[in-house]
Design a binder for this molecule. Structure first.
Ligand code: ARG
Length: 482
């Protein structure tokens, strides 16, 4: 068996060291406990690098064959859980390289020609994150679809729209849901944008300055599906903007999720009673038998804090680093991994809680958000949501808006005293407040009339909302259906 310098970690980088690393330092500096998650990307990157080295005649064809054979076995050992990860070997890169060398000898030791762990790890994270981005994009689509299909059933379901959490004007429940579709659509755009800057190849930067070997970086980029190269070697090994951008995208998305979750919690409370959730998404209380708690929504809201925290951690990690690579960068992984996991799990469960699930056998959908239109309508009525409509009615009769506003304030006061809705005030009493109030004021005062009238583009009128639903459906349709 060939001498393998990686067998003894104290000698992994050079014979310069006169004593082995202390056990404490070994544990403190090792990342293999978490960065083994990059193994697949690491092997893909190594294969592309080795093939390029052989094509450029930096290593002989036989070495490439050995490396390919060895890495195939390493990949298989990892997949089947038989790979022996060693803390002494610090990280995923050295673990894989050591095992490769154990399997194929000198060829394994030639793999690292013209490469450093600095450009290697930067390549691995980008490759890995690109895969995760491609898995998260469809989850965002799924959540938008769930909201959209629920909205399609509720273009005429009136609820109070709020400002300051006080009843403001009637809106349709569909319109309210579509606000979230807009948010998640922007998130999807941001994600696509993050992908473009993530998908560039650092490999070839070597430790920091480039390398003297005749590497073909473009070939490696093509082989790994990168859209381009990192153009400055110092930047290539030290840039983590793509991680920051991803965490920023994830934080904004989680803020949107959190707002929706907060509304679900509010809507499900007895005081609103606008919706109900299927039992499968609720938990009970160990002491209060009547309780059904919207834990999933609360947790989604809570987990936004964690993702925002990761963004802060990553920003802070980068802010003081001089060029180029510093060991600090090893700290990029855990926040990034947890951001991906938390976001993916949250998007998946929110989509399900809103839209329910489809039974594979029967095709029946169940478990989605249950809407209580009567409670929504009653809340809009109680809150005098159509007061603005009465003012608008007076404006149409020639009153300046400010005067109309004043007249309606008196009408609301009167209705409050009587304990009735605006539409229930006798016409004569309304006319006593202002003679211009006509018999047609009634129509403006109904919730449906109010809804219909807000027909500006982007407004809540059912026709406008149906157009928006159509637009979103086309946008989200699978490519083939377009
Ligand atoms: N485990 C390291 C990381 O995650 C790999 C790069 C180490 N490079 C070095 N020069 N020590 O960043």
């Amino acid at each position: 068996m060939a001498h393998n310098p990686l067998d003894k970690k104290s000698q992994a980088w050079s014979a310069l060291f006169s004593e082995p690393m202390s056990a404490l330092v070994q544990r403190y500096t090792a990342s293999v406990g978490f960065d083994r998650r990059l193994a697949q990307a690491d092997i893909a990157g190594s294969l592309a690098h080795a093939r390029m080295l052989a094509a450029q005649r930096v290593i002989p064809a036989q070495d490439l064959a050995d490396i390919e054979r060895g890495l195939a076995q390493v990949a298989q050992e990892i997949e089947t859980g038989r790979f022996e990860w060693k803390l002494e070997l610090e990280d995923v890169h050295l673990n894989i390289e050591a095992r490769l060398t154990q399997l194929v000898g000198d060829a394994g030791k030639r793999l690292h020609t013209g490469r450093s762990r600095n450009d290697q790890v930067a390549t691995d994270i980008r490759l890995w994150l690109r895969g995760e981005i491609d898995a998260i994009a469809p989850l965002l689509v799924q959540l938008q679809r769930a909201l959209l299909e629920l909205a399609a059933q509720h273009t005429d379901t009136v609820m109070p729209g709020f400002t300051h959490l006080q009843v403001a004007q009637p809106v349709s429940f569909a319109h309210h849901l579509l606000a979230y579709v807009e948010m998640f659509a922007r998130d999807a755009e941001r994600l696509a944008d993050v992908r473009r800057r993530t998908n560039r190849l650092p490999l070839g930067a070597a430790a920091l300055a480039g390398t003297s070997y005749p590497l073909d970086r473009e070939a490696v980029a093509r082989a790994l599906g990168f859209d381009g190269l990192c153009e400055n070697s110092l930047d290539a090994v030290s840039d983590r903007d793509f991680a920051l951008e991803f965490a920023a995208f994830a934080s904004i998305t989680m803020v949107h999720v959190s707002r929706l979750a907060e509304e679900i919690v509010l809507w499900m409370s007895q005081n609103f009673g606008f919706i109900d959730l299927a039992d499968r998404y609720c938990t009970g209380s160990s002491i209060m038998p009547q309780k059904r708690n919207p834990d999933v929504a609360e947790l989604a809201r809570g987990k936004s804090g964690r993702v925002i925290g990761h963004l802060m951690a990553l920003l802070t990690l980068m802010k003081g680093q001089p060029l180029a690579y510093n060991k600090d960068n090893q700290e990029d992984k855990e926040p990034l991994f947890d951001t991906v996991d938390t976001l993916a799990a949250t998007l998946r469960i929110m989509a399900e809680m809103v839209g329910g699930t489809v039974d594979a056998a029967t095709g029946a959908r169940s478990g989605g958000l249950r809407v209580k239109p009567e409670a929504m309508r009653a809340a809009a009525t109680r809150g005098y949501a159509t007061a603005t409509d009465l003012a608008d009615h007076l404006v149409k009769k020639g009153l300046p808006f400010r005067d109309a506003h004043e007249v309606v304030a008196h009408a609301v006061k009167l209705a409050l005293e009587r304990g009735v809705d605006l539409a229930e005030l006798p016409l004569a009493e309304l006319q006593a407040l202002h003679p211009s109030i006509g018999a047609d004021a009634r129509d403006a005062l109904t919730l449906q009339g109010s809804l219909q009238s807000r027909a500006t583009r982007g407004g809540t009128a059912p026709q406008r909302v149906r157009e928006q639903i159509e637009r979103h459906r086309l946008r989200l349709a699978p490519e083939a259906a377009r």
